[in-house]
Design a binder for this molecule. Structure first.
Ligand code: CP
Length: 312
């Protein structure tokens, strides 16, 4: 593996250089090879502590970081917000001070408010990894998505991916589209007009229908979860209407098959909303590979970041 000046924190994709992105991919590949072995552990982070601090629900990201840190021999603590003093009114900064006193080396944080991971990073000597903040960013999701696409398309530059669904509320769309664009992958978007904001990312090509999408001949279709919990107000007439207009079903899968296009989704999946049960079984689905690559990418990120506690 080549060497690159480490950073203390990973807070977004926009500030990563191409060299840093390549470095993470370069390191993720050998970590992924470890998964084929009967013993999947390496001693890289032995003696280090990783704190998983999730203020919002998560299945994949929190468990993926937990597995990644465990495979690197770190001690992992999962801090459950619902059973902590936060529900008794403790402020974020007081919580950070308490966590700081525990001398964690890495803090993985998810929060409903954009910018919270950055705030935590300023007030702690631990390396902070943003595991999703509001509508802002989800950098490790973008890295695992890009790693997955690059594995099936080593000639990824100039490939086309269409992101379908709730772009407005999606930190995944924001981070993943930004990274695809940095890597020279063309990005299209399809979704209800109310959920596809105008002019947010000029590089994205907007589509109004699946017919237009398929005419563009995408190499992959990336479905987003419809984030009903973030939608204050009605952004489309009904779930049934959404499914009919934008969902992935057998007929559209047949078109994907003709194009040889791959299917991606960050999870968790809303079956019957953005995708049907049958479509979940599509032979060119990369959804499980995304999960596997998530662990490898997160191992590479933890390996690269350098907490200030290393100086102690
Ligand atoms: N992809 C993703 O962020 O999933 P979780 O919300 O389950 O972590």
């Amino acid at each position: 593996m080549s060497d690159l000046t480490p950073r203390k924190d990973l807070l977004d994709i926009a500030s990563l250089s191409l060299e840093e992105i390549e470095y993470i991919f370069e390191n993720a590949a050998p970590f992924k090879q470890l998964f084929q072995r009967s013993v999947k552990k390496v001693p890289t982070l032995r003696g280090k502590t990783v704190l998983n601090l999730f203020y919002e629900p998560s299945t994949r990201t929190s468990s993926s970081f937990e597995v990644a840190a465990s495979r690197m021999s770190a001690d992992v603590t999962n801090f459950t917000v619902s059973s902590s003093s936060i529900v008794k009114g403790e402020s974020l900064l007081d919580t950070i001070e308490t966590l700081q006193a525990m001398k964690s080396d890495y803090i993985v944080i998810r929060h409903a408010a954009a910018g919270v991971p950055g705030l935590v990073a300023k007030h702690t000597r631990a390396s902070v990894v943003n595991a999703g903040d509001g509508y802002h960013a989800h950098p490790t999701q973008a890295l695992l998505d890009s790693m997955t696409l690059r594995e099936v398309y080593p000639d990824y530059e100039g490939r086309k991916v269409v992101i379908v669904g709730d772009i407005l509320h999606s930190r995944v769309a924001r981070s993943t589209a930004t990274l695809f664009n940095k890597l020279g992958i063309e990005v299209g978007v399809l979704g209800p007009g109310s959920l596809v904001p105008e002019g947010r990312h000029d590089f994205m090509k907007r589509f109004d229908s699946w017919e237009d999408v398929f005419d563009w001949r995408p190499d992959a279709v990336y479905l987003l979860r419809v984030q009903l919990e973030r939608q204050e107000g009605q952004f489309f007439p009904s779930i049934a209407e959404y499914h009919k207009m934008y969902g992935m079903h057998s007929e559209r899968i047949e078109k994907m098959r003709q194009l040889g296009a791959y299917l991606m989704h960050p999870g968790p999946v809303n079956r019957g909303v953005e995708i049907t049960d049958e479509a979940m079984g599509y032979e060119k689905s990369l959804i499980n590979t995304q999960v596997e690559n998530g662990i490898a990418v997160r191992m590479a990120v933890l390996h690269w970041l350098k907490p200030e506690t290393d100086k102690d």
